[in-house]
Ligand binder design. Structure first.
Ligand SMILES: [Zn+2]
Length: 140
């Protein structure tokens, strides 16, 4: 498998990881930081409108949903359960008071997390065409 990696893949990334992730969080192209990463809510632009970088080649798949659930679940829901009103107030009050802000927070976080994941994939040079290298499909 190592023989299949190109020499360019082993070189240091053109853009450092945290900078590429931050560009993704801002909804910008991880390559130039100028062009829009998304053309709709979670739809990745096929190419960067500023530099022409192929943005559709990064397979973020379920990663953003997983990390968003991890973030919202551990940072918000777990501490929320420590407040006594959650357990004592009627469900008709708790459900809208908790679920509506939770849904808004999740929907706000999801594109930012997806941008960060694409930034990681950009820096690590993980591309859709290399998917077989990252799974056991290649072993069959
Ligand atoms: Zn760009």
């Amino acid at each position: 498998m190592l023989a299949m990696l190109r020499t360019a893949d082993l070189q240091s990334p053109a853009i450092p990881l945290l900078r590429a992730m931050w560009r993704g969080v801002r909804g910008r192209c991880p390559n130039c930081g100028q062009g829009a990463l998304f053309y709709r809510y979670l739809k990745v632009s096929p190419t960067c409108p500023h530099c022409g970088h192929d943005l559709d080649q990064y397979p973020s798949d379920d990663g953003p949903a997983y990390f968003t659930i991890l973030l919202v679940g551990h940072v918000v829901i777990l501490p929320l359960l420590l407040f006594n009103f959650i357990w004592k107030a009627p469900a008709a009050v708790v459900v809208p008071v908790v679920l509506i802000p939770l849904a808004v927070l999740t929907l706000l976080a999801l594109p930012r997390v997806k941008g960060a994941v694409i930034g990681v994939l950009y820096t690590l040079r993980v591309k859709r065409q290399d998917a077989a290298l990252h799974t056991t499909d290649r072993l069959e």
